[in-house]
Design a protein around this ligand. Structure first.
Ligand code: ZN
Length: 202
């Protein structure tokens, strides 16, 4: 049980585990994608709360240990104050969790995806310097093209961007040949792999 405090100041406990096994509970993947994982209703005011409690996702068949760090602890994560276990990687906030689990489910390489996001964001900035959207990977299509949602292009609107598979494949090939290239290394801060290590959104 984990203790929650609602905006209405009501304290209550929720039965959300601190560690989940995605091999044993694969339905959690779709719960994360639809936003129902870590959601609960306050018993006092009935508000629906979307939490980003620290939770570790173990995925033994893929050799993955991924831990969600609450958005409020992002700075601790960036400053290296949160120490990983062996093989553990981090995401900060629920949106990054949904993004990374979708990337891993699709069998894609997180560093190559973050490098692709960087190119897309740099292009968006060339078009409009005031433009700093957040890109979230959604899924790959039947033909393997990559679908991203861009949040923050216009207030409250979500734009859909589909990137041809060959662009991802070219980046992946480059990464395979030269993983220590500065452009790739800049995306990796300890156990935190993110375009946000390079570009800071508003
Ligand atoms: Zn409440």
């Amino acid at each position: 049980m984990r203790k929650i405090t609602c905006h209405c100041e009501q304290e209550f406990s929720v039965d959300i585990p601190e560690t989940v096994d995605l091999d044993k509970n694969p339905a959690i993947l779709s719960d994360v994608a639809t936003g129902t994982f870590l959601a609960c209703v306050c018993p006092a005011c009935n508000a629906e709360l979307h939490l980003d409690l620290r939770t570790t996702f173990e995925w033994p068949s893929k050799g993955i240990v991924l831990t969600l760090i609450p958005e409020l602890e992002r700075l601790s994560l960036l400053s290296g104050a949160i120490a990983p276990r062996a093989g553990e990687t981090f995401v900060a906030g629920y949106a990054e969790l949904a993004d990374r689990l979708a990337v891993l489910s699709a069998g894609l390489e997180p560093v190559a995806i973050e490098a692709l996001k960087l190119r897309l964001l740099e292009r968006a900035r060339e078009t409009n310097p005031a433009n700093s959207p957040t890109l979230i990977f959604e899924r790959s299509t039947e033909s393997g093209d990559l679908v991203f949602h861009a949040h923050g292009v216009r207030d409250g609107e979500v734009a859909v961007t589909t990137v041809p598979r060959r662009i991802y494949d070219a980046i992946l090939e480059e990464y395979g040949k030269n993983p220590d290239n500065e452009d790739f290394k800049a995306l990796v801060n300890g156990s935190y792999i993110s375009v946000r290590n390079v570009i800071v959104e508003d």
